[in-house]
Design a protein around this ligand. Structure first.
Ligand SMILES: *[C@@H]1O[C@H](CO)[C@@H](O)[C@H](O)[C@H]1NC(C)=O
Ligand SMILES: *[C@@H]1O[C@H](CO)[C@@H](O)[C@H](O)[C@H]1NC(C)=O
Ligand SMILES: *[C@@H]1O[C@H](CO)[C@@H](O)[C@H](O)[C@H]1NC(C)=O
Ligand SMILES: *[C@@H]1O[C@H](CO)[C@@H](O)[C@H](O)[C@H]1NC(C)=O
Ligand SMILES: [Zn+2]
Length: 404
């Protein structure tokens, strides 16, 4: 209904990306009647800024090392029409009656070629988020919901192929997703206990594969992972969708540590740039990890950067770019979050000379991939117009007045 979607970016240089600083985001209230995330994200902003002002180590470390984007409400129209019930759906949808968490292009559908990437199907709120994902190279994200107490991770959908295992739809980065989900559930006061809300089943350790819980098409977390190489979780943070005001302080206390700890995980794995023979960063180089056949392989962004979240261990990387020799390197990756910094590693490519017989990346290996998954191709992603407005504030006094 013409409302603005407001994002606040926090960090040492909040106005733009800094090479080496990962981009993180939280999205709240995409279902307008699931309101706790919206309130907690405002408290999180206050907490981060106050902590920074007071020289509290945790806040200095997070804001020193990360650019944090917070969208407290993705569905302000739904919120405005919501009732205050714990379980009803009034207010879930946007003003046009659409469930925003079913409205993203679905990679599995696209693979089946059942559905054209029809831009007209996209709601304004969804188009705004899709444009946002093109503007920033997000590494890690969570979107906050209510009505259950569980950390849910991709995939939410399936193609009926080999990803289906034991009723779950398992992604190549399943180990990372399970770890991320447990970071939230174990840092939450009770989520890890698998407490059931009155109408839901218990969740072992407070986590679940999205598909195993219930399959859904067009969800935001699969879209983030498959189309924007951003690992996203769906966090269900309260049994009651619209908790009474009196319960908010306790709910903040239950979630505060988990909200912080999850951001810190953005430093998992390895990051760096892919450089050509002259040391110039290269865009759209493929950075693949052996044994992880990502449907949409990770590739460098406009800064020639890649961020690859991985648990500690040894991994073999294959880096390819047209006209250059395929680079294969094995890296021993430590646990980055402890240092608030992922391991840094740049890959330096060498050009193929005409005399050289070695393997080079063929043009077909450039990021054309599956046309449906082509991040830069002629699909819906390219034709988006920016409808939401993103405003960025520094750590300034304006922020204080906004919060109070
Ligand atoms: C925080 O540290 C800075 C630099 O050391 C100092 O100038 C400032 O007074 C400190 N602020 C507080 C609230 O302690
Ligand atoms: C944050 O960065 C500033 C400036 O680069 C540095 O002086 C400070 O020690 C850092 N603080 C932490 C906790 O990393
Ligand atoms: C590296 O890229 C720059 C910019 O595209 C180009 O001018 C330079 O020739 C490249 N160097 C090599 C060795 O490919
Ligand atoms: C990784 O490789 C190093 C040697 O390069 C070895 O010392 C280490 O044990 C390996 N780590 C794992 C987890 O396999
Ligand atoms: Zn929801």
């Amino acid at each position: 209904s013409g409302q603005t979607l407001w994002v606040l970016a926090l960090g040492l240089s909040p106005h733009s990306h800094t090479v080496g600083i990962p981009e993180f985001k939280y999205v709240g209230n995409m279902h307008g009647n699931e309101v706790l995330g919206r309130v907690l994200l405002l408290h999180l902003i206050d907490d981060l800024v106050r902590g920074y002002r007071n020289n509290e180590t945790w806040s200095l470390q997070l804001l020193n090392s990360t650019r944090i984007h917070i969208l407290p409400t993705m569905n302000p129209d739904g919120f405005d029409s919501s009732d205050t019930d714990c379980t009803y759906v009034t207010g879930r949808f946007n003003s046009r009656g659409v469930d925003l968490n079913r409205n993203f292009p679905d990679a599995f559908d696209a693979l089946k070629k059942r559905q054209q990437m029809d831009e007209e199907k996209r709601e304004a709120e969804v188009r705004a988020v899709m444009s946002w994902l093109k503007m920033e190279s997000f590494v890690l994200s969570a979107n906050l919901h209510g009505g259950a107490l569980v950390a849910s991770y991709p995939y939410d959908n399936s193609n009926g192929g080999s990803e289906l295992m034991g009723g779950a739809s398992v992604s190549p980065d399943n180990d990372v997703f399970i770890h991320l989900a447990k970071v939230y559930s174990y840092n939450h006061a009770s989520m890890h206990k698998g407490n059931r809300c009155s109408d839901s089943r218990p969740f072992l350790e407070g986590i679940t594969n999205g598909y195993k819980w219930y399959p859904l098409e067009g969800g935001m977390q699969d879209y983030n992972y498959l189309w924007a190489q951003c690992l996203e979780l769906t966090l269900e943070i309260s049994c009651c969708k619209f908790p009474p005001v009196s319960e908010l302080p306790a709910l903040w206390t239950e979630n505060r540590k988990a909200l912080r700890a999850f951001i810190q995980q953005v430093h998992l794995g390895v990051k760096g740039q892919v450089l050509n023979g002259s040391g110039i960063p290269v865009q759209n180089a493929l950075v693949e990890v052996e044994g992880r056949p990502n449907l949409s392989p990770f590739q460098t962004d406009k800064h020639g950067e890649y961020y690859r979240m991985l648990l500690p261990g040894n991994y073999t990387f294959k880096v390819s770019y047209p006209g250059h020799k395929v680079l294969t390197e094995t890296l021993n990756i430590p646990h980055g979050p402890d240092q608030f910094c992922a391991m840094k590693h740049d890959f330096r490519l060498r050009q193929v000379t005409s005399a050289s017989g070695s393997t080079s990346a063929q043009p077909t290996q450039t990021p054309t991939l599956n046309p449906a998954l082509n991040l830069e191709g002629g699909g819906a992603m390219n034709r988006q117009t920016w409808t939401g407005l993103v405003l960025i504030f520094g750590l300034s006094g304006v922020l204080r007045s906004l919060i109070n």
